[in-house]
Ligand binder design. Structure first.
Ligand code: ATP
Ligand code: MG
Length: 434
């Protein structure tokens, strides 16, 4: 067998890439309306960015990172998520000096060494947003809102459920952590090996375990909401008020925690019905200590990430490759001098043009024109060349007519424009009928 891609790394081929482009364009347009600007940070960072930024005792840092030593002996890591790198860039470039609130988004690949399955890859992609510089509950609501909006826009196959929780703050978390640790010690016999370890290093994380035995064991565990300080309660209450004003339905899930250490207060997940086990499409929350943790000033932040592969599984329609406007069937290579000029003019005007490579029969070329769903084809052979008149063929009606060489481009532009007008009219009529 030849060389194959790495397990969990996937080629994304046409026409599937169309759906990717559509989702990305839609997300970009959405972010613009919310006042987010794009940031692009490197895919490779010093390992400490993630060790510090995500936390030593998380699944990601403990067992999922692609870490290696480079030729200089530096430990580098392929980014497993976007936030830590964005915060590194935010601090390094002192973006907080430009304006007190920064709203940033990025779209790109992430890398985690996990067991590949449906909706879980080793190279996967995220649409990511960070709002830095505000702890106003409105900023939490806006980040949830933009995630919700993007997912609504893609035309969903199933429904979405927004789950929200608050993880409290450094004031109210210690009390919960203490009681939770005691509960876990007393129920250790019912927990999986991973959770027995988490119990000592990062007890909150046991709620993130997907094993049925652990979920059952945790049903009676103390939940953070009974420990919220008045400020945390009020903060969450206002986030929820805003969601209500926006008519974004939510449920409170007191067991919802995030796999990353840096979250505090608001945390949320958007789950899809009908995605199976990997049902979380988007997730995020507030991380007020993170900028400081990575060596910056004390600046609050809130962010979210949408899993692109999972979002695409929910997309209602598959997007097709675009149909070709004109196919040039060339039977005499001497005609290329003219054909290339026509194609140049038409392509500059935005028309999709194709021709054949190498010498092929007319039949073969018209078949090729059908394959690329050409609307018109232009046939030029020896006799057309002599008379300087090309044959234009309507590929739908099979009607053919002759056009002088110097009018070919104009004729095609006119014809495709007429087509578009007819299509547009049809669309308007259909809409009116609805
Ligand atoms: P999970 O619990 O599914 O492992 P997570 O908590 O590790 O998710 P986050 O770090 O919050 O996930 O990432 C945000 C989103 O990115 C997830 O909700 C999911 O849609 C997507 N995602 C995370 N890991 C993967 C992966 N290995 N393959 C595909 N998508 C992923
Ligand atoms: Mg994970």
């Amino acid at each position: 067998m030849g060389i194959r891609a790495i397990r969990g790394f996937k080629d994304i081929l046409p026409p599937e890439t169309r759906s990717w482009q559509e989702l990305e364009e839609l997300a970009r347009a959405c972010f613009e309306t919310f006042g987010f600007s794009e940031i692009r940070t490197p895919i490779l960072e010093k390992t400490e960015v993630f060790n510090r930024g995500i936390g030593e005792h998380t699944d990601i840092v403990e067992k999922e990172m692609y870490t290696f030593t480079d030729r200089n002996g530096d430990s580098l890591t392929l980014r497993p998520e976007a936030t830590a790198g964005i915060i590194r860039a935010y601090i390094e470039n002192k973006l907080y000096n430009r304006s007190s609130v920064q709203k940033l988004y990025t779209i790109g690949p992430m890398f985690r060494h996990e067991r590949p399955q449906k909706g879980r890859l080793r190279q996967f992609h995220q649409i990511n947003a960070e709002l830095l510089g505000s702890d106003d509950p409105l900023s939490d609501a806006e980040v949830i809102w933009v995630a919700w909006e993007i997912l609504q826009e893609i035309g969903l196959k199933g429904g979405l459920r927004l789950e929200v929780n608050s993880l409290g703050c450094p004031k109210c978390r210690p009390g919960h952590r203490k009681d939770l640790s005691v509960f876990l010690e007393n129920n250790a016999q019912d927990l999986c090996e991973d959770c027995k370890r988490r119990m000592k290093t990062n007890p909150l994380r046991v709620f993130d375990c997907k094993k049925e035995e652990c979920r059952r064991a945790l049903l009676l565990a103390p939940v953070i909401k009974h420990y919220w300080c008045p400020e945390c309660s009020e903060h969450l209450g206002r986030v929820l008020d805003y969601l209500e004003f926006l008519e974004i339905p939510f449920v409170i899930n007191p067991h919802l925690v995030r796999g990353l250490d840096y979250y505090q207060r608001t945390t949320f997940e958007i789950k899809a019905t009908g995605l199976g086990a990997q049902d979380t499409v988007a997730a995020g929350g507030r991380y007020d200590g993170l900028v400081e943790l990575l060596g910056g000033p004390k600046i609050p932040g809130v962010g979210m990430a949408i899993g692109v592969e999972r979002a695409l599984l929910l997309m209602e329609s598959e997007v097709e490759e675009e149909a070709t406007d004109c196919y040039f069937a060339v039977l005499d290579r001497d005609a290329m001098e003219y054909v290339l000029k026509w194609m140049k003019e038409l392509r500059q005007n935005g028309l999709i043009c194709e021709t054949s490579y190498g010498k092929k029969s007319l039949k073969a070329q018209l078949r090729a024109a059908d394959r690329v769903r050409a609307r018109f084809s232009v046939i030029v052979g020896e006799s057309e060349l002599d008379e300087e008149e090309a044959i234009l063929r309507d590929m739908e009606t099979h009607e053919q007519w002759q056009v002088p060489f110097d009018e070919v481009a104009q004729e095609l532009l006119k014809k495709t424009l007429e087509e578009e007008e007819v299509e547009a009219k049809k669309a308007v009529q259909e809409e009116e009928r609805e």
